[in-house]
Design a binder for this molecule. Structure first.
Ligand code: ZN
Length: 593
């Protein structure tokens, strides 16, 4: 449903965003021009969540989420747009203008759930059919029982071009729908073919029991080994955790984080029903936030090979500020949990889980392995590096315990070691205080590391930066649009993404409409709101002058020029001839004038 700009502006003026956010996270420098807080959407120790009272928006420099009061309520209370507006209306005593109607997105979501459910059924039936023989053999070889296969809803995608597409079309799904749900792909001839072919299928199920996506694994050595659904209207890869639907209620707040689907399934079959895995991408802050809702202790269970150790270290760095306790399993005598369970049995696995090192022990062990601690030099080196690890332990009792241990191991006096640790902690504290602020500045300056929703940002960094400056400036100084009239038009924009924003913003300015975030909220999703807040935040640090915009226009024109000169070596013969003709005709036209 649509709300009028007037209604939204009225709502916006009545809601105090600072007070609203303050109910979820403690705001520092309350009431100052830029109050900051610990971000309620990702875990952090130093605040990178900034509230802009001036335009009643927020932006997190850590995770890139941003928007206005409505976006905030949507995200934190998990409400849809209309529900969030109603929530705010009730808080400030305003009436909702009309009854909400079921919106298009919800309809699309329901279709997507249905299509995925049907697809899962189809894959399961195919696994049990004649076509699924090889897949069944594979599962038998991996020693998965029928019960396990059924529990996880495993299936088989036939080695045909359009088996699933045909089936789902018979269930009244349209090809375009299947493409947008990432179950099918468009062919160059305009038809649709199955996204997953000749693969073992792992349905990914959300916490409410809906099939939201699939992972597909090959059964031989072909590549890619795993193929995963892309993001759709019901699924965000960066937020997904495999098997959390089963694991969430288990085992006194402990979760075991494995590397892949097969590890998780093997663990569950052996009775470790609190095992989960990420979904094929690098571990994200969003996943950590989700896991932290279901566990107080996270045990990392990665392969014992070099790649596994690297993955462990990467995950530990990501988890540095996570609220749960961390432990790391040491899988000696086997490459992965599946292998250990098979060759040494579940009791052995149980012992390994029990004796998992906590993160401090793990870090110390890593350093210990680098040096020969039977020599004086080795002890000294170990002790020196250990100081950094000890300084990172925030719990006092724990820190004291490990300091004693390292002192005993190296033969250094405990109080001498303590003095070093204290010094290192002080340096660390200062560094951390500065870091959040510097991060924020850096990101605004570089325009960069915050995940940009603009798909062309990576390749066209310079152009994007110039475009963002223009948009950010226009949001703050709408009158510049008139002053830049002769020089600025949508043709100046290089990326389609920013061109669309320019079109929207300039149209609003010309029609004299509001540029409040709340009036964008209705049409825009989270990503759009985050992007606009990012632009607003960026505007804070800009000169905000016509001249700056003019320079950006010049940059864009130069970038355009560069892009339009194709690399001749990369052209196909046909394109080359076309280009040649084009240049020829341009030259002829020029002659006539
Ligand atoms: Zn954040």
């Amino acid at each position: 449903m649509r709300f009028s700009d007037d209604f939204l502006s009225e709502l916006r003026s009545r809601v105090d965003i600072e007070e609203l956010i303050g109910r979820y996270t403690e705001i520092r420098h309350r009431g100052s021009r830029t109050p900051v807080a610990l971000c309620p959407f990702h875990t952090e120790k130093t605040p990178s969540f900034v509230i802009y009272r001036e335009n009643q928006s927020f932006y997190c420099f850590g995770c890139g989420v941003g928007g206005d009061a409505i976006t905030f309520v949507r995200n934190i209370e998990h409400l849809d747009y209309v529900e969030a507006v109603r929530y705010l209306c009730e808080r400030v005593g305003m009436n909702m203008p009309l009854d909400p109607v079921d919106d298009e997105v919800n309809r699309l979501r329901r279709r997507c759930y249905e299509a995925n459910r049907e697809a899962a059924r189809f894959f399961y039936a195919k696994l049990l059919s004649e076509e699924g023989q090889a897949a069944r053999d594979y599962l038998r070889k991996r020693q998965l029982t029928d019960e396990t296969v059924k529990h996880f809803g495993l299936g088989f995608a036939p080695d045909r071009w359009d088996a699933l597409v045909k089936y789902l079309k018979s269930k009244d799904f349209r090809e375009e729908e299947l493409v947008s749900f990432d179950l099918a792909r468009k062919t160059s001839r305009g038809g649709a073919i199955d996204r997953f072919r000749n693969r073992l299928m792992f349905p990914i199920i959300d916490l409410r029991g809906n099939v939201v996506a699939f992972g597909g694994r090959v059964m031989d050595d072909s590549k890619p080994k795993y193929l995963n659904s892309s993001d759709t209207v019901v699924y965000k890869k960066s937020r997904g955790v495999y098997a959390l639907n089963f694991a969430k209620n288990n085992n006194g707040g402990k979760l075991i984080l494995c590397e892949g689907y097969m590890d998780v399934i093997a663990m569950h079959q052996a009775g470790f029903t609190n095992a989960v895995a990420g979904l094929g991408t690098a571990f994200t802050q969003e996943q950590i936030a989700l896991l932290s809702r279901y566990c107080t202790e996270l045990i990392l269970c990665f392969d014992s090979d070099e790649a596994g150790v690297k993955a462990t270290n990467r995950a530990l760095r990501m988890l540095e500020n996570a609220p749960m306790k961390l432990r790391v399993m040491h899988l000696d005598g086997g490459k992965d949990p599946d292998e250990i369970i098979k060759t040494q049995g579940r009791e052995r696995m149980d012992t390994i889980i029990r004796s998992a090192l906590n993160d401090t022990e793990f870090a110390l062990e890593r350093i210990r392995q680098k040096y020969d601690t039977s020599t004086e030099d080795g002890k000294l080196n170990f002790g020196n590096e250990a100081v950094e690890v000890l300084a990172g332990v925030n719990n006092e009792i724990e820190r004291d315990l490990y300091t004693s241990r390292v002192a005993a191991e190296t033969g250094v006096e405990k109080h001498a070691l303590e003095a070093q640790v204290t010094k290192a902690r002080r340096a660390r504290g200062r560094k951390e205080q500065n870091r959040a602020f510097e991060n924020a500045l850096e990101m605004v300056r570089e325009g960069g590391e915050v995940k940009s929703p603009n798909p062309q940002k990576r390749q066209l960094r310079l152009a994007c930066e110039a475009e963002e400056i223009i948009l950010a400036t226009l949001l703050r100084h709408p009158d510049f649009l008139r002053r830049l009239r002769d020089r600025l038009s949508e043709d100046v924009f290089v990326t389609d993404f920013n061109k669309r924003y320019y079109r929207d913003i300039s149209e609003r300015i010309r029609e004299g409409r509001s540029l409040d975030l709340s009036v964008f909220n209705e049409t825009g999703g989270n990503e759009e709101m985050s992007y606009l807040s990012y632009l607003l935040a960026k505007g804070e640090s800009l000169a905000g002058s016509v001249k700056e915009c003019e320079e950006c226009v010049a940059t864009l024109l130069a970038e355009k020029e560069k892009l339009s000169a194709p690399e001749v070596a990369q052209l196909s013969d046909e394109d080359y001839r076309a280009l040649f003709r084009q240049i020829g005709s341009r030259r002829n036209n020029g002659d006539k004038k």
